[in-house]
Each structure stands twice: as structure tokens, then as C-alpha cells.
Write a protein that binds this ligand. Structure first.
Ligand code: TRP
Length: 361
């Protein structure tokens, strides 16, 4: 069986370091591993509109931001099909059929949807489109027969629902769809990178993000103001690692090799952590190392971004071509789905014959 990846992001803002370690870095690695037959990365504008119906301008502007983030992070349109969800209308059709296979109660139990409804104060009036987005996500995945979906853990309930829909569909209509597997980030720090204020997660509304497109000055300022250990007042005091942002970020970004290259005096992160908890290591030293490591990742991205920013029509052309390619693949799956569901009236000669026989006098 072919190995196929599909994943994506809602274009509601620029991408930040949480997106990077949670999924973007992995996508680039998977792309360059050569192990996958096809890779699709989708800008989920239709999904973003489910809770931004009154703000299409925001979605429109962020499509190009997200595309620039993708390209500067190293997604290569020669190897990865980057496309825009709304430009593949087959996805909406597929979602319409899947809605018959899922109960309202099933979606109501989805923990991610539950949290999002609370966060958006939708409790008394949830838009139908928003409520149904987990079902539409199942069509995003299955339209491309994806075997692997690299996402953060908040997306796990969506993949679970997709697998249920696939099983239900194949059981009723015959084997047609492929059951996907989730691919989660490597460690806890990558799974849930906290904001620079130490709050649960990076989020635009909390203003605690480091963006991939931030300048070195912005990155430095944000790293220097990171939440550490409020009890670590003097360098000699023993420090605590729990909830200590610079150390959590080092968990997500550093490797042993960084420690020799930046001449830290430690062989690895563990030695540095030990010194911190013993006492005698200041936050400033930890932050400086983190800044250097982050800049090593971000500087080449900024360079690539500059080039693409000077040729925006070319970026749209990449998205247009990607969407065209994606549409062809989704259309082929839709043909199979319609045949399995027996709604392929005009291409099913057997059906036409049978009906003709039935009515013939
Ligand atoms: N829900 C995802 C997010 O908020 C975006 C998304 C839409 C997606 N369709 C998808 C992710 C299909 C993976 C697969 O980031």
C-alpha cells in the first residue's frame, strides 16, 4: 500500500514555535526522508471559516502568511502538494455524505470540540458548520487516502472519528476508504510547547508566542522575558525545572551537539539541568543558549521567507498548482465513493440496463 501523508493548519494567524515543534518540523523531515509516496499539506480555510464567518478578510490574509511559513520552514512544493481546502470542493461533498454516518452525540463527546466551544463562548449557539468540522476533517484525510496524519495531540479525537467513519463506510458500502494512523510529536515539550509566559499553550490571543517570522530582536526580547522559576532569586539558589520555559524549550529544540558547539561547559541538557537544580546557574545563561539555538533554526527560515516575500504571485501560483493536483486526487476518490454508494447513476451501465428491463413491456 502507498504511504500517504495529509495534514494541515487553519489560517487564523502566523505560525509560531508551537506549530513548528508540534508538527511543521516533522513534516519537513518526513518530506525529506523519501519514505512517503505522497505528501499533502492543506491550508484549512473552509475549516477556519466555521468560526470566522464574519471575518473572511482575516482568513484571506493569513493564507499567504501560512504559505510563507510553510515555504520558509522548508516544505518544498516539488515534493509536497500544498493546497487550499476551499479550492477542492469534493471535500465538502464527501463531508455531506459522512454526516449521515455520525451521530450528534458522537461529536458532542469530542473533547477538542468541547473545549473550543467553551473558548469561543458558543455554548448557547454553536454554528452548524463549526459543530460538523470534525466530520469535514475526516473527508480531508480520506479524500487523499492518507495513511499517516502528523498532528498535535489535540487532533487525536479527529483521527479517531475518521477511523470510525472509514470503518462504518467500508462496512456499509464495501471497502473503499483507508484507515489513517496519527503520528504524534516526539516528546511532551513538542506536544504542548507552553507560551513564553509559562501558560498552557502558545496562543495568539494570550500574546505569548514566538513567531517563525519574528525578527532576531523580537526573539531575544521574548526569550529574555520568559517565565522561569519565581523562587530562583539568586544564582546560588537551587532552581526548579517544572514549568520553567527556557528548559522546556530546550527539551524541544536542543540536541547534545548544541552543547559542544556553543561551548556551554556541559555535555548535554541533563548536566545543565542538574547544575540549575543544585544552584549556581543563572537564568540568563540558560536563556542565552536557548536564544542561540532558536536563532540557528529561525535565521535560515527568515532568509528563505525574504525571497518568497518578494515574489508573492509565485506563492499563489504554487498554491494554485497544488490545489489543482489535490483536486484531481480527491475527484478520483469521490468517483469511487459515489460508485460504492450507488449514486453514480450516469456511469453505471448495469443500473441503467436493469432499470430499462424492469420497465420494459
Ligand atoms: N484541525 C486542524 C487544526 O486546527 C486543521 C486541519 C483541518 C487538519 N483538516 C485537517 C489537520 C486534516 C490534519 C488533517 O490545526
Amino acid at each position: 500500500m502507498e504511504k500517504i501523508i495529509l495534514t494541515g493548519d487553519r489560517p487564523t494567524g502566523k505560525l509560531h514555535l508551537g506549530h513548528y515543534v508540534g508538527s511543521l518540523r516533522r513534516r519537513v523531515e518526513l518530506q525529506n526522508s523519501g519514505e512517503y509516496d505522497k505528501i499533502f499539506v492543506m491550508i484549512a480555510d473552509a475549516q477556519a471559516l466555521t468560526d470566522n464567518a464574519d471575518n473572511p478578510e482575516k482568513i484571506r490574509e493569513n493564507i499567504i502568511e501560512v504559505a510563507l511559513d510553510y515555504l520558509s520552514a522548508g516544505l518544498d512544493p516539488e515534493k509536497t502538494t500544498i493546497f487550499i481546502q476551499s479550492q477542492v470542493p469534493e471535500l465538502a461533498e464527501l463531508a455531506f455524505y459522512y454526516m449521515n454516518l455520525v451521530s450528534v452525540a458522537r461529536v458532542q463527546r469530542n473533547p477538542t470540540v468541547k473545549t473550543e466551544i467553551k473558548m469561543r463562548n458558543f455554548e448557547s449557539s454553536v454554528p452548524m458548520g463549526f459543530f460538523c468540522y470534525p466530520v469535514s476533517q475526516a473527508s480531508d484525510i480520506t479524500a487523499f487516502k492518507a495513511t499517516t496524519v502528523p498532528v498535535g495531540e489535540d487532533q487525536a479525537p479527529m483521527i479517531e472519528l475518521t477511523r470510525e467513519i472509514v470503518n462504518r463506510f467500508n462496512h456499509i458500502y464495501g471497502p473503499t476508504l483507508v484507515e489513517p494512523e496519527i503520528l504524534l510529536p516526539d516528546n511532551a515539550a513538542c506536544m504542548r510547547l507552553p507560551g513564553t509566559d509559562g501558560k498552557a499553550k502558545m496562543s495568539k490571543s494570550l500574546g505569548n508566542c514566538i513567531y517563525l517570522s519574528d525578527t532576531p530582536k523580537e526573539v531575544k526580547k521574548k526569550v529574555n522575558s520568559m517565565y522561569t522559576d519565581p523562587l530562583h532569586l539568586n544564582i546560588e539558589d537551587p532552581g526548579h525545572l517544572e514549568g520553567n520555559c527556557p528548559f522546556i524549550y530546550l527539551d524541544a529544540f536542543s540536541c547534545d551537539e548544541h552543547f559542544s558547539r556553543f561551548e556551554t561547559g556541559y555535555a548535554n541538557l541533563q548536566e545543565m539541568k542538574d547544575h540549575y537544580t543544585r544552584g549556581g546557574l543563572g537564568d540568563g545563561t540558560v536563556k542565552k543558549l536557548l536564544y542561540n539555538i532558536l536563532e540557528e533554526t529561525l535565521a535560515p527560515m527568515r532568509e528563505r521567507r525574504k525571497v518568497f516575500e518578494q515574489d508573492i504571485p509565485q506563492v499563489y501560483e504554487i498554491l494554485r498548482r497544488g490545489s489543482e493536483e489535490a483536486r484531481a486526487v480527491a475527484a478520483k476518490t469521490l468517483d469511487e465513493v459515489r460508485a460504492a454508494m450507488k449514486i453514480n447513476y450516469f456511469t453505471d451501465a448495469e443500473l441503467i440496463n436493469a432499470q430499462a428491463q424492469k420497465y420494459k413491456k
